[in-house]
Design a protein around this ligand. Structure first.
Ligand code: SF4
Length: 90
């Protein structure tokens, strides 16, 4: 459960509400475990917000919403789109 919560912190709340789990949950890659053995900052391969929750919470609504073009649909592009959408950009 510990690793699954790193990958999806809302897992317990979803279970409480009896909603099906979202994909992708933890993929058991052990990046988080390996980093902890090396005394490195906690991180998760599928949840870029893990260990950076306070920074993400500081992102407020944009003063002016913009249209953002993300070129590429890989992990970096998806994360760029997610972060751009947080303050309300399209
Ligand atoms: S880093 Fe890998 S093993 Fe650790 S919680 Fe994330 S997906 Fe799971």
């Amino acid at each position: 459960m510990g690793r699954k919560l790193l990958a999806d912190p809302e897992l317990a709340e979803q279970a409480r509400r009896k909603r099906p789990a979202r994909d992708p949950p933890c993929i058991y890659c052990h990046v988080c475990v390996t980093r902890s053995f090396l005394n490195r900052h906690i991180a998760c391969a599928v949840n870029p917000s893990t260990g950076r929750e306070a920074q993400d919470a500081l992102i407020g609504p944009a003063e002016r919403r913009k249209r953002v073009v993300v070129v590429g649909g890989g992990p970096a592009g998806l994360e760029a789109a997610r972060v751009a959408a947080q303050p309300g950009h399209r």
